[in-house]
Design a protein around this ligand. Structure first.
Ligand code: AMP
Length: 370
């Protein structure tokens, strides 16, 4: 793993008056560019030819400069890394960034400073580590089983590297699981290795809420009264994902199998009853605190905890995303929660650039980038 001292050394040579925000043109890049522009920071988009139309079509979300690549993995080339460092760039990791470039590369071969702590991407990407993190943080998690018989109820079948929920399915018997896996392998949708390493989770019943947080190290420490070690855990907004399964009722009475698809296709905004926000803040604070123990100096910047809430069981967390999530793309027009923290409309994308600017002012850039 690239030691933090090496990235700190690169950061120390950066021109602090000309920091550039860079990311790959996918996922939440439009919002990241628009937010940086609002904060007066320059932007670089690493882009493939087929995606450029998106960023050229939104005048306020067009990066100041493109670095064009044929394949996403070209982002990793020494030349492209050099160009970014030369521009004093801080890279913003997002879901597609992690999926396309692969964690192994980001930990060992990518020497451009990234917002947050790159170790948190490793802890999020490994299901076992992620579970350990959330469990130790005291969150309630879905039970996990070896077989459906052991569960005695409907189970959710998941695969190692989360790809937006694609190919996940539910099953009510072990035969259904084995048949389902064999079919996915036969169709070339998952590998045999994925099938062998599936996870069987309790199917959690209730309403989904995916709170978007921002953990700031440049704001006041008022939440120390509630156990937070330093800084401020902000609630930026909340969404649920739109997935074909949500519309399965439209196929009634003969619901076709295509509706049983959990692949994320979009997002919708949500709010929760106000009293439930106490639990949402507590979950955020304990997840941040535990990250400081497990992978110092811990997670910073945007993150999301995917939860299901039921009045009888409370919040059950089935995933943490230790970077900006695509659900925050709702936030460019402002969310009900960020309006309670910021006077001006502040998307998660803009919040990122605000944090970077504040960190420069407070001489803390090394604390929020690795
Ligand atoms: P994920 O990729 O883990 O975010 O999961 C994709 C989708 O599957 C989620 O948005 C939920 O709709 C659903 N899901 C994941 N895990 C569970 C679970 N344990 N119980 C019920 N639904 C789940």
């Amino acid at each position: 793993m690239i030691p933090k001292s090496e990235i700190d050394e690169i950061l120390s040579k950066y021109d602090k008056n000309n920091i550039t925000i860079a990311t790959i043109c996918a996922h939440s890049a439009a919002q990241i560019f628009q937010g940086a522009r609002k904060e007066g920071l320059k932007t670089i988009g690493l882009c493939t030819p087929d995606q450029k139309i998106i960023y050229d079509s939104f005048p306020l979300a067009t990066p100041d400069e493109y670095i064009m690549v044929k394949e996403w993995t070209d982002v990793l080339s020494k030349e492209n890394q050099r160009r970014l460092v030369e521009k004093s760039a801080i890279v913003i990791p997002h879901g597609s960034f992690v999926a396309y470039l692969d964690n192994e590369n980001l930990q060992n071969n990518y020497r451009v400073p990234m917002l947050g702590n790159r170790q948190s991407l490793e802890w999020e990407g490994d299901r076992k580590k992620q579970r350990e993190w959330l469990e130790k943080a005291g969150l309630k998690l879905p039970k996990e089983y070896k077989t459906q018989a052991e569960a005695g109820e409907k189970v959710f079948v998941k695969f190692p590297h989360a790809k937006g929920g694609s190919n996940y399915f539910t099953a009510e018997s072990d035969k259904e699981i084995e048949d389902g896996l064999a079919e996915l392998v036969r169709a070339g949708k998952i590998s045999q290795e994925d099938a062998d390493n599936r996870t069987l989770q309790q199917f959690v019943e209730g309403d989904r809420f995916y709170p978007h947080y921002f953990y700031s190290l440049t704001e006041d420490d008022r939440q120390v009264d509630y156990g937070l070690k330093e800084g401020r855990v902000e609630l930026m907004g909340m969404d649920i994902r739109i997935e074909p399964i949500d519309e399965s009722y439209r196929g009634l009475p003969n619901v076709s199998r295509k509706f049983f698809d959990y692949t994320v296709t979009g997002n919708e905004e949500r709010i929760v009853r106000e009293k439930l926000l106490a639990d949402i803040f507590r979950m955020g604070i304990s997840t941040v605190n535990k990250s400081k123990e497990l992978f110092p100096p811990g997670m910073t910047g945007p993150f999301c905890i995917e939860t299901v809430y039921h009045p009888e069981t409370g919040f059950v967390a089935f995933e943490v995303s230790a970077r900006i999530v695509a659900g925050t793309n709702l936030s460019t027009r402002g969310t009900p929660y960020e309006a309670l923290t910021f006077e001006e409309r502040t998307s998660s994308g803009r919040r990122i650039s605000m944090e970077i600017k504040n960190a420069i002012e407070q001489n803390k850039l090394e604390k929020i980038a690795y």
